[in-house]
Design a protein around this ligand. Sequence first.
Ligand SMILES: [Zn+2]
Length: 89
Amino acid sequence: MQKKKKKAGKPTPPRPSTVRYICLGCEKQEEIPYQVVRDFDKQDITRDLSYPPQFRCESCGGIMHPHYYKGVHGFEYRISDVLEAKGPR
Ligand SMILES: [Zn+2]
């Protein structure tokens, strides 16, 4: 007799569980739980949506920007956007 194997559901696609934030001041990197960033993003609806949810660097007090993050409002944020905007001067 053949035993039918139960399929244990689909393999979960690799989903980032954290968002890497990089300090614009001292370049310190920190992994922030995706859920925390999302909650922050959802709560903070008064802000300019062209900016991602930002955190303060504990080391230098600078602004931390996500390396890559797609917001709940459909905006995508990349660290390269900020670095380009700053530009070499
Ligand atoms: Zn810093």
